[in-house]
Design a protein around this ligand. Structure first.
Ligand code: CTP
Length: 451
């Protein structure tokens, strides 16, 4: 059942008189009959004893009792049974003390479904807190007192919502109440950890209910008041039937169904973030959200920066948000648009726009989808026909114009732009002789006007 290397590690430890158990996510996956993506091992051997038993080891987190044993390119983390102290930096426990038994080690873990261990040699399951039953019943429940577990590490509240997003499980009521009572602790977590947990949540199959749990418990408001505000912003327009928050979750799930990348999923969540700020209620009680895409782009930028996204990710997600509502019906505008953006962006934008259109009221969804499909069709035609001409694609360049007699600098720049605009109108003009003739004529006209 377990990979050969895992069994080899366990046998080596056991032959030397120690225990060896697979712990954490790999046990959860194994009980759910899913293939684990990595295997962590727990033992009562000290890090020094572990290092003596294996040829190649790395001191991954030796101060926390973790040594990585290398088998070729594969690494396996072996951690001495321990109980964690408080996580005051929100990343690493301030102190760890080693404990004697696997049961003691399991008792410091977050949820019952994560507090099981399997001996990979005998395949015996150690399950002191009923994790297997909870896993099969679909229940997320802390090990022991929820407040204590969340005080040890506030990220565990986000992890509960993340596991809900991954598995579609129910959060047990005491655990849920503790999340509601203690959501304020989220503000003490490092931004990197929040970012990583949100990534995992968005990628979960049930991402919408994971985010909703964060909202209902107050966790989302701690992360971003603007995101939370979306759930209190109604949309009194014929095109929408959900508040902005619920609509954004529908778009998120549509984007996921269409195979959207993580950047698209983020853009789906944030695309209407500026609506609460842009909302104007008209006299008849309906409302509009003038310029909301630009507002959303600004707020998305601030949030993504705060959560320490890379510049490339910020650029891409913000651009998707800013353009989520943009379509051009005129083919000349489509050519200019395609010329200004890379294919990858255009593909991602299509998924986002489609996902958004699908989340409109049934009466308008079909129309909205058709509009986005038509825009996409035009984009693909422009790409196929190579008619999205950029200035650098012109069959004539600055040195040709200089040869003709244009002055270097602004004059050449203005003429290239003029020729480019003509080629966007009529791509067949992008031919060396035609452009040369046009430029020559422009120069003559200019000289005549000056006389
Ligand atoms: N753990 C914990 N509290 C945390 C983080 C982790 O108790 N804040 C324990 C859990 O027993 C968890 C194990 O450490 O199963 C390993 O954590 P991690 O490597 O983060 O994996 P998981 O989050 O469980 O799963 P995945 O690998 O899917 O992220």
């Amino acid at each position: 059942m377990f990979p050969q290397n895992v069994i080899k590690i366990a046998k080596t430890l056991k032959n030397a008189g120690f225990d060896a158990y697979v712990v954490g996510g790999a046990v959860r996956d194994t009980v759910l009959c899913k293939l684990p993506h990595d295997y962590d091992i727990a033992t009562n051997a000290t890090p020094a004893q572990v290092k003596e038993l294996f040829d190649r080891t790395i001191d991954t987190g030796i101060e926390h009792g973790t040594v990585t044993a290398m088998f070729g390119k594969e690494g396996y983390e072996i951690t001495t049974y321990r109980c964690d102290g408080k996580y005051s930096d929100g990343r690493h426990p301030d102190s760890v003390s080693f404990v004697d038994t696997i049961e003691d080690d399991l008792s410091r873990r977050d949820f019952t479904m994560n507090a099981m261990a399997i001996d990979p040699v005998t395949e015996e399951l150690v399950d002191p807190f009923g994790g297997e039953t909870d896993l099969h019943m679909g229940v997320i429940r802390t090990v022991g007192n929820a407040e204590d577990r969340f005080k040890e590490d506030a990220l565990r509240m986000m992890r509960a919502a993340r596991f809900k997003a991954q598995f579609g499980f129910t959060i047990e009521h005491r655990t849920y109440d503790a999340m509601t009572d203690m959501h304020g602790l989220i503000s003490g977590l490092s931004k990197e950890r929040i970012h990583e947990e949100l990534n995992k949540t968005l990628q979960g199959r049930f991402a919408d209910i994971g985010i909703k749990a964060m909202e209902l418990t107050g966790i989302l408001r701690e992360i971003s008041p603007e995101l939370s505000e979306m759930f209190y912003c109604g949309q009194e327009t014929p095109w929408h039937y959900e508040n902005v928050g619920s609509h954004s979750l529908s778009v998120l799930m549509n984007a996921k169904e269409k195979g959207g990348s993580l950047n698209v999923l983020w853009a789906a969540l944030l695309h209407d973030m500026g609506k609460p700020e842009a909302k104007v209620i008209k006299e008849d009680g309906s409302c509009h959200f003038h310029n909301h895409a630009a507002h959303s782009g600004k707020l998305a930028y601030n949030l993504l920066r705060e959560l320490k996204f890379s510049n490339a990710e910020i650029d891409r997600i913000v651009k998707l948000v800013e353009y989520h509502d943009t379509v051009y019906a005129d083919i000349k505008d489509v050519r200019t648009f395609v010329a200004a953006h890379d294919k990858d962006f255009l593909d991602e934008l299509y998924i986002l726009q489609l996902a958004d259109a699908m989340a409109h009221t049934p009466r308008y969804a079909e129309e909205a989808v058709a509009e986005k499909e038509a825009f996409r069709k035009d984009i693909l035609t422009v790409i196929r026909d190579k008619t999205a001409i950029r200035i650098k694609d012109l069959k004539i360049d600055g040195s040709d114009l200089k040869e003709l007699g244009y002055e270097e600098g602004i004059e050449i720049g203005l003429e290239l732009e003029k020729l480019w605009k003509l080629c966007i109108e009529d791509p067949s003009l992008n031919d060396e002789k035609t452009l040369y003739d046009l430029a020559e004529k422009d120069l003559k006209d200019e000289e005549r006007d000056e006389r």
